[in-house]
Write a protein that binds this ligand. Sequence first.
Ligand code: GRF
Length: 207
Amino acid sequence: MDYLISPSLPADKLALNHTIKLGVMASGSGSNFEAIAQAINKGELNAKIEVLIYNNPSAKVKEKADRLNIPSILLNHRNYSHREALDQAIVEVFKVNKVEWVVMAGWMRIITDVLLNAFPHRVINIHPSLLPSFKGINAIEKALKSQVKITGCTVHLVDLEVDSGPILVQAAVPILPDDTAETLHHRIQIQEHRIITQGIALAALKS
Ligand code: GRF
């Protein structure tokens, strides 16, 4: 088996009875952002991405949002003197857009209680390891270095501690003998794209 997903809930068990409004935050290529948008377009997730916030002017996620006709706003962290000020600007954008759930889909900044207090128990993150192992940056390199044989990815609710908070869904990915960070990240991302939408649906169902 290439991967193991938990919990393996059938799609009908993840059906939401109203269209949830998402605000997505991303810093990089945006493949998870795209996976969410595609799941919505295919009718697999009853949601709408109201707005994307990205913090890096050259982030590829912006092009994906344009292609998908999803509004996007650049909030460049370099323009804010402290983390709370950036988070306050994020909250304002999300509130104006009536966002109900926040998804950090590769957001490479530490967030503060300004964001968490505005969306209590409604901020979701995806991380490329089986938490609580390998928190923080370079999770894939850390897994390779540690010589574990299985790693994976985790969708969880966010709290103030980095890569902490209640776990919603995980997928396990075996580490192959000749894996590099790139090959392993590629296989982990295939699973991320499956569990990110499941995690969002589970969080909304539990709330
Ligand atoms: C993902 O691997 C995610 O787990 C991590 O950042 C990466 C973002 O990838 N937090 P992408 O921008 O969604 O392709």
